[in-house]
Design a protein around this ligand. Structure first.
Ligand SMILES: [Ca+2]
Length: 136
């Protein structure tokens, strides 16, 4: 390539980066990525506090029990590999009858995932259907 062309391209790049608007745009992008995690954490903490405030409520206890039955090890990153307490989930199904929606809402608030998606992962299709028949 022509060295003159390369020099011109370098100069153009430099003046592009020196442009104030470009600098501000780059700064905003960097700040966004730096604070994205913090903002996410903050939202999570607010939701968590909202959940904890209602801890005495029945629906929150049941949501917590669904989590425990799905995550018997108690180690959250092992939830997909630590098995399932199917008996407990069946029992909770009877307890959830008529109030699945508020329980599912509480579950989402606390654990940031859908309760039925979680149970679909934990249970066999037949057990999941049985559970659905119980709560409906
Ligand atoms: Ca599990």
């Amino acid at each position: 390539m022509n060295p003159l062309v390369i020099a011109q391209a370098a100069k153009a790049t430099q003046s592009f980066l020196m442009n104030r608007k470009v600098q501000i745009a780059i700064l905003i992008i960097i700040l966004y990525f730096v604070f994205k995690k913090k903002i996410k954490k903050l939202i999570h903490r607010i939701r968590q506090r909202k959940f904890d405030k209602n801890e005495a409520q029945d629906v929150n206890q049941i949501a917590q029990q669904y989590r425990s039955a799905s995550n018997p090890s108690g180690i959250s990153w092992m939830i997909n590999v630590d098995g399932t307490d199917e008996k407990e989930i069946e029992r909770l199904g009877y307890q959830s009858k008529g109030k699945l929606q508020p329980i599912a809402n509480a579950y989402r608030l606390k654990f940031d995932e859908s309760l039925s998606d979680r149970l679909r992962k934990e249970l066999s299709p037949e057990d999941f259907q049985d559970w659905k028949n119980i709560v409906d």
